[in-house]
Ligand binder design. Structure first.
Ligand code: NAD
Ligand code: TDX
Length: 338
């Protein structure tokens, strides 16, 4: 089969490309615009495989997307392409609407026009909004109402609604997965875990929003990849699957764990002004994907975070190039005098 992975030069898409090359005989085409978050160096090893091809393009450009479908005639589309950072969406929502909503609708139009065996939308638990910190008994299930907090999550929820609408109206064979926070190799340094690892390595302050008590449910990226792989092969058309491994941690716990692994002082922690509209707690109930598809996560947080820190130590050239470029301006804008 031929699988198009949109957004495959980013964090999770890149890991998914490697997952497919390692675990299947499928041909893999990565379609990516190479925004600030896309990085061809992430795909350097994939480029050596005869099963892999890279095409640069924008999911919100109809002409380019139709050309891609005409030339590649894919069996499956897995859509990772998105603007993915909540803080950027708070500063400037419009690009999020164009890429995440219009881009998804154009991919769905292409599926309708050219035909497809499966369209898979990589969504997020953020579409469910947040849970209160004092109710550890509550979890997001696939039946939880959509209730978004940021322009990012609103754009992802809109995309999910479009996928469901196209599935019902035009019989596009689609599935959706909603995963909790991922961590692992190739994670762009703007996000919590890589930002804290890199700042700690450089003896820079670690900016923790608010009191650091917000809770995220962390999943090692390879476990997310195995879930998506299972859904595209065995998942039921029209269904939504929540993906998460019951690894809830406060942000402060995560930051302190990183400092401990690196042998750095907790004095590096600096509490800064909170994120606007900051979601309190995310927590996924993965019962459906576990019981219906037999998915189980393989990596425990304690092991995954050590592997991740080791990866950043071993791959300094990957992230040093990123943080010495445009990222400097981003960092100054978001964190100086915060
Ligand atoms: P990322 O920002 O690291 O990567 C996004 C990729 O998409 C980049 O390679 C970028 O160049 C590409 N892209 C952006 N706009 C594009 C466009 N218009 N056309 C083509 N390519 C474009 O993101 P990520 O963290 O890897 O997230 C991937 C997907 O998974 C997103 O849809 C995100 O909403 C979802 N998700 C992420 C997490 C997480 O914890 N990171 C959790 C659940 C779901
Ligand atoms: O500098 C920081 N300090 C801080 O305290 C940053 C960047 C984040 N935080 C906090 C905010 C969140 O509570 O850490 C937590 C995690 O933040 P992010 O890494 O920005 O992730 P989050 O907002 O939880 O969203 C992520 O998970 C769901 C991804 O970025 C999304 O793409 C995904 O859909």
């Amino acid at each position: 089969m031929k699988i198009i992975v949109t957004g495959g030069a980013g964090f999770i898409g890149g890991n998914f490309v490697y997952y497919l090359l390692k675990n299947s005989d499928d041909e893999v085409v990565c379609y990516d615009k190479l925004t600030y978050a896309g990085n061809l160096e992430t795909l350097a090893d994939a480029m050596k495989s005869p099963k892999f091809k890279f095409v640069r393009g924008d999911i919100s450009n109809r002409e380019e997307v139709y050309k891609l479908f005409e030339e590649e005639n894919p069996d499956i589309i897995v859509n990772f392409a998105a603007e993915s950072h909540v803080d950027r969406s708070i500063e400037d929502p419009e690009l999020f609407l164009r890429t995440n909503i219009i881009g998804t609708s154009i991919l769905l139009d292409a599926c309708k026009k050219f035909g497809i065996k499966r369209y898979h939308q990589v969504s997020t638990d953020e579409v469910y909004g947040d849970l209160p910190l004092d109710r550890p008994d509550l979890f997001f299930t696939e039946k939880t109402n959509l209730h978004t907090s940021s322009p990012y999550s609103a754009s992802k929820a809109s995309a999910d609604l479009l996928v469901q609408a196209y599935s019902r109206t035009y019989q596009i064979p689609a599935t959706i997965s909603r995963c909790s926070n991922n961590y692992g190799p190739y994670h762009f340094p703007e996000k919590l875990i890589p930002l804290m690892i890199i700042n700690a390595l450089n003896d820079k302050k670690l900016p923790v929003y608010g009191k650091g008590i917000n809770v995220r449910d962390w999943l090692y990226v390879e476990d997310h990849c195995s879930a998506i792989d299972l859904i595209i092969r065995k998942g039921k058309v029209g269904e939504i699957y929540n993906v998460g491994g019951h690894n809830e941690k406060t942000n402060l716990e995560v930051v302190k764990t990183i400092l401990k692994i690196l042998g750095k002082s907790e004095d590096l922690i600096e509490f800064v002004t909170d994120r606007k509209g900051h979601d309190q707690r995310y927590a996924i109930d993965p019962t459906k994907i576990s019981t219906e598809l037999g998915w189980t996560p393989q990596t425990k947080f304690d092991d995954g975070i050590k592997k991740t820190v080791a990866w950043y130590l071993e791959n300094k050239s990957w992230w040093e190039k990123i943080i010495s470029g445009e990222y400097k301006n981003y960092y100054a804008k978001m964190y100086d005098n915060r």
